[in-house]
Ligand binder design. Structure first.
Ligand SMILES: NC(=O)c1ccc[n+]([C@@H]2O[C@H](COP(=O)([O-])OP(=O)(O)OC[C@H]3O[C@@H](n4cnc5c(N)ncnc54)[C@H](O)[C@@H]3O)[C@@H](O)[C@H]2O)c1
Ligand SMILES: [Zn+2]
Length: 356
């Protein structure tokens, strides 16, 4: 088993990663039970596919419909009331089971229930295992946009069993893989080279490749989170590499199944590399390598988007983030940096060329 410590003083915790870990869930989860019972909030679909892994345990289960629409005020209220009806107390622990949606929603419920309950994540999607389950960000969506209401609430533990990915839809897996590649691109060229070699095996189900990638990403996120728990400094923003373009693309696609988050991020990362290369910041070969790898696994296929529409989306993001839209650009593979001086006109001209 690999263990990655998230060093946050009194809020420190350990992320455990092991294929088959859930088969020992009884021992691992025992410390979080009260009166022998565990309180679990589960994504319905993830639970149908993987819930049997917690089979031998006594569980009070709250099921949540799969899909981003469940990150809502209505579901939050329903879950909080259900937890109160179960008699959950402040010292108790709530367990989330599923992807990033359920982690964010359950995490927020845990943050506000009795002014803060314990939380354990059992992430079952690749995106949640390499990104959403670590770092303590929780949220629901509001009418004005995604993730606009939430809290920082660190879990007490994160339990990752890569074999849960066996039942994840291939497209979801590939979308999560975009975030895996991101860690290589922002600060770890050797890991990007590893992805070029092993990405295909990871996506095809190779357990060792999955475990290695997850551990590498969690270690990278652990370093960034430990240095900047509440995203007040620059470093944590690097995690948003590919996300400024990506978010605009997702919004244009109506945050629908037409374009999953990771698919948008993959396109966004390819664009960030090309933009950086055009500005003479990054070798053209690096941009080519990144695009070639993403294409080889079925990500970053060109899509028809209009430059003006994407600019309008980014303008909106800029307004909601207080008038600044820092771009994360790159000096090459593993060398992302934040540029706050990018002129909107340059971005628009680039997008017109890039999107033809
Ligand atoms: N808190 C953070 O730091 C952070 C970071 C990144 C993303 N997020 C959030 O995470 C969410 C996206 O996460 P996601 O991509 O995991 O989406 P998701 O939670 O919606 O899961 C994707 C789909 O996979 C299904 N699923 C999950 N695990 C499964 C399994 N093992 N077997 C079968 N089906 C399974 C789910 O039912 C769902 O249909 C977004 O809401 C995003 O805002 C949060
Ligand atoms: Zn992301």
């Amino acid at each position: 088993m690999s263990r990655v410590d998230i060093a946050l003083g009194a809020r420190s915790y350990t992320v455990s990663i092991e294929s088959g870990l859930l088969d020992r869930a009884e021992t691992l989860l025992a410390p979080f039970a009260r009166g022998g019972r565990l309180v679990v909030v589960a994504d319905e679909q993830a639970w149908a596919a993987q819930g049997h892994r917690l089979g031998g345990l006594e569980i009070a289960l709250i099921r949540v419909p799969a899909g981003e629409a469940s990150k809502s005020w209505a579901e939050l209220a329903r879950i909080v009331e259900a937890l109160l009806a179960l008699g959950v107390e402040r010292g108790d622990t709530i367990i989330s089971f599923g992807g990033g949606m359920i982690g964010d929603l359950t995490g927020f419920a845990a943050a506000i229930l009795k002014r803060g309950c314990g939380l354990v994540h059992i992430p079952t999607s690749l995106l949640a295992q390499v990104d959403a389950s670590v770092g303590g960000k929780t949220a629901i969506n509001a009418a004005a946009g995604k993730n606009l209401v939430g809290a920082f609430h660190q879990p007490k533990a994160v339990l990752i069993d890569p074999t849960t990915l066996d039942t994840l839809a291939p497209r979801q897996l590939r979308s999560g893989y975009a975030e895996v590649v991101k860690y290589g691109l922002i600060g770890d060229p050797a890991f990007f080279a590893w992805c070029e070699e092993n990405g295909g095996a990871l996506l095809a189900g190779n357990a060792a490749a999955r475990a290695h990638a997850i551990e590498t990403c969690v270690r990278a996120k652990a370093r960034i989170v430990a240095a900047d728990e509440r995203e007040t400094k620059r470093e944590r923003a690097l995690l948003n590499f590919g996300h400024t373009f990506g978010h605009a693309l997702e919004a244009e696609a109506g945050f629908s199944d037409a374009l999953l988050h990771g698919e948008a991020v993959a396109l966004g990362m390819a664009l960030a590399f090309r933009f950086s290369a055009e500005r003479g910041l990054c070798p053209v070969q690096d941009a080519g390598r990144v695009e070639a790898h993403l294409r080889s696994v079925g990500l970053a296929e060109p899509r028809p988007f209009a430059a003006e529409a994407l600019m309008a989306r980014m303008e909106k993001d800029k307004k909601s983030s207080g008038g600044r839209l820092p771009f994360i650009l790159t000096r090459g593979i593993g060398k992302a940096f934040i540029d706050r001086e990018v002129a909107p006109g340059d971005v628009e001209a680039f997008l017109r060329r890039a999107l033809g």
